[in-house]
Write a protein that binds this ligand. Structure first.
Ligand code: KG4
Ligand code: ZN
Length: 354
């Protein structure tokens, strides 16, 4: 069964053709990073307009790369929740229009659930019994959460961030250090050259046994380490700092990136370890997804944790870490295979089911 998936929940316009939930025949991603970079974050109105301009060429490229015609597609899938409402609406309207005009079935997919499915793409050997129940870890620009995953479409959140998401913290760290946007890949790269022991930045633990996360303290600690603790305010009430990020040398920035990255990832490993200790449902695997699953330190620390705890850890192949439509078309197969479809009343929803 070939499914054409569409993803437009934030600032990537993406389309992909996936066969039987696993074989990725094409994976086209049109990133809008260049449009949002000067604002240091995603501007929703700019994002929706760019999706409108890009969705048809992106779908056409996905079909061309898959060497497949619309007539050969068995079903349409779209990420319809959660995300920026104006952005989601473009993908949902596009998928509905294709489904209606072609007379093909439609599946609406939860973006968060699909991130975890990204860790199962391109592998033809897994079975439901070999993976589930699983522990799910979603680490992205908008989410940092742990789930008990009973099956690809049945999961319950058991911990999440009480303030910033980890990807958001990376983006803010890059901004504090005067680096570009999005910050995650830049901080990760520079961290690999720095000394993680140079600065002792706080790892949030929260209450004993808590599976929640907090990243606002780490962000403030980095800010004060870079610029000094503000001792006064200016006339408009803004804090006055002792130093500017532009005073930092290259090696100093590398050390700060490494120290930040260590604290950010230590917190993830600590909470995943706690979730395994709580272990009421004895997971067979750890499934990881979201943009931050591309992080080099997170990938190596999770592999180490998996070896220590004797549990398989599945991180997505690199092309399926950041937002993409292969994960949407992949997860949709789990419903399409049971002929469980949505009708044309499918709605875009800013808050998801998770
Ligand atoms: O999953 P994603 O594409 O979008 C959301 O659903 O949020 O994740 C984007 C986030 C951004 O905050 C970006 O800085 C972060 O993922 N990111 C990384 C890395 N690559 C992307 N964070 C840390 N290390 C990376 N290598
Ligand atoms: Zn995402």
């Amino acid at each position: 069964m070939k499914i054409l998936g569409i993803e437009s929940s934030c600032d990537e316009t993406a389309a992909s053709v996936v066969e039987d939930g696993r074989r990725v025949l094409s994976n086209i991603i049109s990133s809008q990073v260049d449009l949002h970079a000067e604002y240091g974050g995603v501007v929703p109105e700019i994002a929706s307009r760019a999706h409108v301009e890009r969705i048809l060429p992106v779908v056409e490229s996905a079909l061309r790369d898959a060497e497949c015609t619309l007539a050969e597609i068995d079903a349409l899938a779209v990420g319809n929740r959660p995300g920026l409402i104006g952005s989601l609406l473009v993908g949902v309207a596009g998928a509905k229009a294709l489904a209606w005009s072609l007379g093909k079935p439609l599946v609406g997919v939860d973006h968060i659930e699909s991130h975890l499915y990204g860790a199962l793409l391109e592998d033809h050997s897994w079975t439901h019994e070999s993976i589930f129940p699983a522990l799910g870890l979603v680490v992205s620009g908008g989410h940092t959460a742990i789930y008990e995953v009973r099956s690809p479409l049945d999961m319950q959140r058991i911990g999440s961030t009480i303030d910033d998401a980890i990807g958001e913290a990376y983006d803010k760290a890059a901004s504090i250090l005067g680096l570009g946007y999005p910050g995650g890949p830049i901080v990760d790269k520079r961290a690999q050259r720095g000394d993680a022991g140079a600065h002792d930045l706080p790892v949030s633990r929260l209450k004993p046994g808590s599976l929640d996360f907090s990243y606002s303290g780490l962000k403030t600690a980095l800010l004060y380490t870079v610029r000094g603790t503000p001792s006064a305010s200016d006339a408009s009430g803004k804090p006055v700092y002792e130093r500017a990020a532009s005073d930092l040398t290259g090696p100093e920035i590398d050390d700060l990136c490494a120290s930040f990255q260590k604290a950010a990832i230590d917190a993830i490993i600590l909470k995943v370890g706690r979730a395994l200790d709580a272990g009421e449902h004895s997971p067979r695997s750890i499934l990881v997804g979201g943009g931050v699953s591309a992080n080099s330190l997170l990938r190596s620390r999770l592999a180490q944790l998996g070896a220590e705890r004797d549990i398989q850890v599945r991180v997505p192949p690199m092309p399926y870490c950041l937002d993409n439509a292969a994960m949407i078309a992949g997860l949709a197969f789990e419903r399409a295979n049971d002929s469980d479809f949505d009708d044309l009343h499918l709605q875009a929803m800013p808050t998801g089911s998770r």
